[in-house]
Design a protein around this ligand. Sequence first.
Ligand code: PMP
Length: 378
Amino acid sequence: MDHVRPPRPELESLIAYDARDVRAEVLLASNENPSNLPGELLEKLGERIRSMDFNRYPDPLASELRELIAEANGLEASNVLVGNGGDELISDLLLAWGGPGRVVVDLPPTFAMYGIDAAVTGTTLVSIPRREDFSIDGDALLNRLSGDDIDIVMIANPNNPTGTLAPETLLIDVLNATDALVLIDEAYFEFSRHTMRPHMSRHANLVILRTFSKAFSLAGLRAGYLLGHEDVIRELMKVRQPYSVNRFTQMAAAAVFRERPVFEAGISHLLRNRDMLIAGLGTMPEVEVFPSEANFVLFRVAHASAVWRDLLREFSVLVRDFSRTPGLEDCLRVTVGTEEEIQRFLAAMDEILARRHAAAHFGVHATAARHAGGRDRG
Ligand code: PMP
């Protein structure tokens, strides 16, 4: 056959996740931890890999890791589900609670995978936009939930890419207002230090998502977990891929989780770096910087896409461009990196803005002013 019939019509409006391998010296686009695992842990993993049975399928439920996570959270193993990154678990939630004829609510601007997985699973997406300051429009959300047709609610807390943390009282109101499954996505929990875990016993409809990709430096291995009522976890097991979390990831994530106090100092350090990053951006009159409870900072600057391009091409600094996302016009998101990375990013921003200022002042095109060298941002 010289052609193939089209796939499901839902795919027509979808654009594949852009895994473009953009190379840069300073990687501040994906909210990763700037540090690899501590040397001792790396050595331990190296030793263990030698005796690993690569020819055998892994434990489908990652039992050792599951028990560790349950114990640390004062729960039973039956309340925990480990996945191939949080992304897989979000997909599982929509496979089980979404689907044709079912409705998911998200609160944009927010994590794009909720909408993408809704489209892939044929779930109707109802978006309730956040307010201008990125807080959740509680009245609109509670009002919509009273309609009783919602099957699942996705709330990233802190929200990505805005860094906003929702008031706990509002989240409790949401849990009381609906019997829909409510995902509180705590991917950045280790930075915000806020969790809805204490409310699990009262709310069978609460599920909490966490990940090893951020604070625990394991983005490359793909591990995340859900905490939820055992009945919810049982349903999710019906839709999940049985061997999605590989043997090596299970072992490494368990080792990291056992040693998690070791990561505390690094997390505190990143929080101090975040303050430095926010303060640095705050000195630039052209930049509006938003508060953040996570390991990234969102900011607004005129002609953001041009700034993004200059950061990459001229300074080899990669950040994330959100300027085409509704509600995030002229917004860029920068991950909290090391001090050196932040200094390099801030210096690059300074230079780009100074040049632009000089160009406006002297009435010349920005490229002609490129080497004007002025540090005065006026
Ligand atoms: N939820 C949110 C809000 C995120 O920002 C991310 C990572 N970008 C994830 C879930 C998924 O993370 P991972 O698949 O790496 O565990």
